[in-house]
Design a protein around this ligand. Structure first.
Ligand SMILES: Cc1ncc(C[n+]2csc(CCOP(=O)(O)OP(=O)(O)O)c2C)c(N)n1
Ligand SMILES: [Mg+2]
Length: 546
């Protein structure tokens, strides 16, 4: 059966495989990699393997495929799997499973129930006769349901022979993008007619739909400003009327202008508390139109005046057609803006670096200047995590991977690996905290062994800074969350990466510029940041109990 399933995956176009082998998936991986030519991207921990596939899928727009061992292989994968569920990533996770006849064996768990408990789809190979069909269906479900599907392969069935000419390799046809109902489009056109300061906001749904051009055309047509949710950062990169991210990571200019909007047209964005900045950017009185292909996401976080059910690209085009048909004039939000101010974002330029360590803002600016514009930016979770999206620009939405839908620490390195695999033509920078780096240290080995052009920026504040900043404010002792500095550069060198310790900005240029000339393996910049500098955005996180 291994050969047959490997063949099925091969014919589904699976040429990149992430994972970690055990006896329950070894043969399948071997066949797909050695006989069918798929590239094998192993990881040192299953959650990292899933996150690599997730990150790869977000950047490429394809179904990510990952394979793990049964039982503990799958339980280890759960954090990465949950992140992928919450981010709506299409992903096939092929896991071994104990024999269908097993009773009381060590690695036996209810794998389907485990997958379902975090919202992933559960599937299994039922018999040799259905193995191909089961595999193709699981792959198709991941794609159409926009979520991970766990396909369990019982080890006793794996050694059986699939019947010749087993059922189809046919995927169901791609569903055609849906255009919202005409009547709803008409009502939204009326809202636009009554609006003075419209804002077009794009989320990951807009990225997936490839809606940049039609959304920009719509915004141009109605004089709207543009913004994105944090995960869709980069969607309107380079557009002179783009405000960048709306939410906790908004620039000072965006923070001033977004609340002035009287009509927010949100495409493929759920408008959660992050994007609205707990209602301070997009308040309860602002009229909102929400467009989403998934009706269950409509008004999930705040009421909407109108809902457009359909594809973001189709909706934007339908709106422009309707506005043209009715000769509706354009709004004038753009007239209120100063192009120079929009471009700079209005950030305060400062450098508070000193004997206690680097100013994270100044460090990000130094990286922004030195890194090529063609780059991918990823980040782990923690106090430091706002700096990369706020201060490192990206060329497009594929240039930013934000695996924070589950707010888990420790996924940043794997996110960087997946993105670096997806776009080897771009330098990938992943910014991680000392805590997140330690949680996933094995993936430094992965990145070094795969010789990836990955820049790992460790923001070493010698602490779980998010917890320190949270509890210090409340007058609590914070020793539990402080660890002292660690020598990440030494660890990285031991594992075969290039590395440098950065204590002042002067330490940065030499190693980074040299590496950028021909990055053939990871560079770890062990940046000693000032633990006392507190990011302003972190207040937003604490409001949500993060
Ligand atoms: C898996 C997981 N464990 C614990 C937490 C709680 N948590 C949130 S931020 C944080 C600190 C992370 O430390 P570090 O990576 O050094 O980043 P810093 O906050 O110091 O910038 C912790 C422990 C979490 N979100 N996810
Ligand atoms: Mg830290």
């Amino acid at each position: 059966m291994h050969e047959a399933i490997a063949e099925a995956l091969h014919r589904l176009g699976v040429d990149q495989l992430f994972g970690l082998v055990g006896s329950g998936n070894f043969q399948l991986v071997r066949h797909l990699v050695e006989e069918r030519g798929a590239a094998w991207h192993w990881a040192r921990h299953e959650t990292a393997a899933v996150t690599m596939a997730d990150s790869w899928a977000r950047v490429t727009g394809r179904v990510g495929v990952c394979s793990v061992h049964q039982g503990p292989g799958l339980t280890n994968a759960m954090t990465g799997l949950t992140e992928a569920v919450k981010a709506h990533t299409p992903l096939l996770l092929v896991a071994g499973d104990v024999a269908t006849t097993a009773r009381g064996v060590n690695q036996q768990i209810d794998q389907g129930a485990l997958a379902r408990s975090v919202g992933a789809g559960a599937a299994g190979v039922r018999a040799a006769a259905t193995a191909l069909d089961d595999t193709v269906r699981a792959f198709a479900r991941a794609s159409t349901e926009l979520r991970p599907v766990v396909l369990s392969l019982p080890i006793d069935l794996q050694v059986e022979t699939c019947p010749e000419g087993g059922s189809g390799f046919e995927l169901p046809p791609d569903p055609s993008p849906t255009r919202p109902a005409r009547e709803a489009v008409r009502r939204v056109a009326e809202l636009i007619e009554g609006s003075e300061r419209p804002l077009v906001l794009g989320g990951r749904g807009a990225v997936r739909a490839g809606a940049r051009a039609p959304l920009e055309a719509l915004a141009e047509r109605i004089g709207a400003l543009l913004a994105t949710s944090a995960p869709a950062n980069g969607l309107f990169a380079g557009n002179p009327f783009s405000l960048g991210i709306s939410g906790g990571f908004a620039s000072p200019v965006a923070q001033r202008l977004i609340p002035r909007s009287d009509l927010v047209l949100a495409f493929g964005a759920s408008l959660n508390r992050w994007t609205t900045r707990t209602g301070t950017l997009i308040g309860p009185d602002t009229a909102v139109v929400q467009c989403d292909s998934d009706p269950s996401l409509m008004a999930a976080h705040r009421p909407a005046a109108e809902a457009l059910t359909g594809d973001a690209r189709e909706a934007a085009e339908a709106l422009v057609e309707e506005l043209d048909r009715r000769g509706i004039r354009r709004g004038d939000f753009r007239a209120e803006t100063d192009p120079a101010e929009l471009e700079g974002g209005g950030w305060e330029l400062r450098d508070r670096s000193g004997p206690r360590g680097l100013d994270p803002e100044a460090l990000m600016r130094a990286l922004e200047e030195r890194l090529p514009a063609e780059r991918t930016v990823a980040t782990d979770a923690g106090h430091f995590q706002g700096y990369p999206p706020m201060l490192l620009s990206v060329p497009d939405a594929q240039g930013f991977v934000f695996t924070q839908a589950f707010q888990s620490v420790g996924l940043g390195l794997a996110t960087g690996v997946g993105a670096a695999v997806a776009r080897p033509d771009r330098v990938c920078v992943t910014v991680v905290g000392d805590g997140g780096a330690m949680m996933s240290l094995g993936e430094l080995d992965t990145a070094a062994a795969h010789r990836l052009p990955l820049l790992v920026v460790v923001m070493d504040d010698a602490a779980y800074g998010a917890e320190v900043h949270h509890f210090e404010e409340l007058g609590e002792p914070t020793d539990l969350a402080r660890f002292g500095r660690r020598d990440f550069a030494a660890v990285a060198r031991t594992l075969g990466a290039e590395a440098a310790t950065v204590r002042t900005l002067a330490d940065l240029g030499g190693p980074l510029d040299g590496w950028l000339e021909s990055p053939s393996r990871p560079l770890v910049l062990d940046c000693k940041v000032d633990p006392a500098i507190r990011a302003e955005w972190i207040e937003e996180a604490f409001k949500g109990g993060a």
